[in-house]
Design a protein around this ligand. Structure first.
Ligand SMILES: *Cc1c(COP(=O)(O)O)cnc(C)c1O
Length: 467
């Protein structure tokens, strides 16, 4: 970071293509989750290349991608063997479906690889193209499962506020974001939400452990309120990602597990972010010792090199489904050969380079230490937290009383802009600054990431002080 070439913040405007791309982007491209007017007024930043933990824009700036794309590029950018896998598969068999009594080598190989690294008892996968489709599949699968057992009334899936489960109608309904529900009359019927296990915001005078039990009991209360005969399942991200990296108290998941078991409802782990190493284990369920019935996967499954997702199905559920005749569900690209070949190459890479094991035993403890050293006594932030390669801080007005800013969301977005200007990609969620870097950071890159994050938050603090 002493290298001015790397973290230069002066626009170079050296590339005549930049303006053309920005103009075409503004003219024809509708961006997800974006305010088109303000985006187009400034122009999108054009990202042209990725290498390891870095991105490059069309002006030649080198950017530290501390979000792994969108929580997905776990093995980093520029992995030739993933590109080779795609090329070879495209030449051999670019597409065939698995609807009508056929299969193909990539889907078979990938299924074996994934079920081998998955927790015990997960021996089947249903494929989708994304996490959202995975969770839509979950909704249909869970309801079909209970119908197969003669309990078609068991339909309601209980989720949580601030959960993120995708953007399709089903995924957005499971999600717990008001700003998504406000558009288009969501959630659909049969989805209920309980409080998220967010001690810092909701714990009050309780200890985190006491609060974890209380937050989990909200599930029991909701089951009793709705009637257990109507409740099909509970769904949760082991660590809430897009909701702001909410790490539940240690007591939370065991109590959720107990409640699901006691009432005989299914437990679904949305592993779209937590899966494939993010927590330092293969799955978030491994990290917490959760025993789910279904696990949604996507993102890290292919490290984002190809769109692919799916639902891992526990034997106890798969047995029922496989005896029940057709499951009338599937996507043209379920088990797409190229996506499967790339995902398989990604898993082999994770295994061969022992990426998760190395991260967990070596760089991760160092990274956690550095994160806490950088922010624990920073006056502008509190709830300094990390787990695996999740890192976050919350902007606060006063630490002692856990007092948050009245317009913390807006401040966090401004803080994100400071990061972006300084060529660091972090995200702002509510009043938290969050990060999920690739799993392949070296210690030197950890230093670079943490020093840069600290400098950006310092710079933002100075901006605030001047107002
Ligand atoms: C990103 C995400 C999804 C949705 O995945 P898409 O591939 O964007 O459809 C679902 N669940 C979680 C936990 C996610 O982070």
């Amino acid at each position: 970071m002493n290298n001015p070439l790397i973290y230069s913040t002066t626009p170079r405007n050296g590339n005549p293509e930049t303006q053309r791309w920005q103009a075409l982007d503004a003219a024809h491209h509708l961006h997800p989750f974006s305010d088109a007017a303000s985006l187009n007024a400034k122009g999108s930043r054009v990202i042209t290349k990725g290498d390891g933990v870095y991105l490059y824009d069309s002006e030649g700036h080198k950017i530290f991608d501390a979000m792994s794309g969108l929580w997905c590029v776990n093995v980093g950018y520029g992995r030739k063997e993933l590109a080779d896998a795609a090329y070879q598969q495209m030449m051999e068999l670019p597409f065939y479906n698995t609807f009508f009594k056929t299969t193909h080598p990539p889907v078979v190989e990938l299924s074996e690889l994934v079920t081998k690294v998955a927790p015990q008892g997960f021996n089947h996968i249903f494929y989708t193209n994304s996490g959202s489709e995975g969770n839509d599949t979950v909704i249909r699968m869970v309801r079909h499962y209970w119908a197969c057992l003669g309990q078609p009334k068991k339909k309601v899936i209980i989720s949580r506020t601030n959960a993120y489960h995708g953007s399709t109608i089903g995924g957005a309904s499971l999600s717990g974001m008001n700003y998504m529900h406000e558009q288009g009359d969501l959630p659909i019927p049969g989805i209920a939400h309980i409080e998220q296990p967010y001690w810092y915001a909701n714990g009050g005078e309780l200890s985190p452990e006491e609060y974890g039990i209380k937050a989990a009991r909200a599930l029991e209360n909701k089951i009793l309120e709705l009637g257990v005969e109507n409740v099909a399942a509970f769904i949760g991200e082991p660590v809430q990602g897009a909701g702001g990296i909410i790490i539940p108290p240690t007591t939370y998941w065991p109590e959720i597990q107990r409640i699901c078991g006691h009432y005989g409802i299914l437990l679904i782990a949305d592993e779209v972010i937590c899966g494939f190493g993010r927590t330092g284990e293969w799955f978030g369920s491994d990290y917490y010792g959760i025993k789910p019935h279904l696990m949604t996967i996507a993102k890290g499954l292919s490290s984002g090199y190809m769109p692919i997702g799916g639902v891992l199905v526990h034997d106890s559920i798969a047995e029922v489904l496989m005896e029940a005749g057709d499951f009338n569900h599937g996507f043209t690209y379920s088990g797409h050969p190229v996506a499967c070949a790339v995902a398989a190459a990604n898993i082999r890479l994770l295994q061969r380079e022992r990426i998760i094991e190395k991260m967990k035993s070596d760089v991760m403890p160092y990274a956690h230490q550095r994160w806490h050293d950088a922010f624990d006594d920073h006056p502008l932030v509190d709830d300094v937290r990390c787990l695996g390669y999740f890192f976050a801080v919350t902007l606060v007005e006063e630490k002692a009383s856990r007092k948050r800013f009245a317009h913390g969301d807006a401040l966090a977005l401004q803080c994100r802009d400071v990061c972006f200007k300084n060529n660091l990609i972090m995200r702002a969620t509510n009043d938290s600054m969050i990060s999920a870097p690739p799993l392949i950071m070296t210690r030197k890159q950890v230093d670079e990431f943490v020093d840069l994050a600290r400098r950006c938050i310092d710079e933002f603090q100075e901006q605030l002080a001047r107002r």
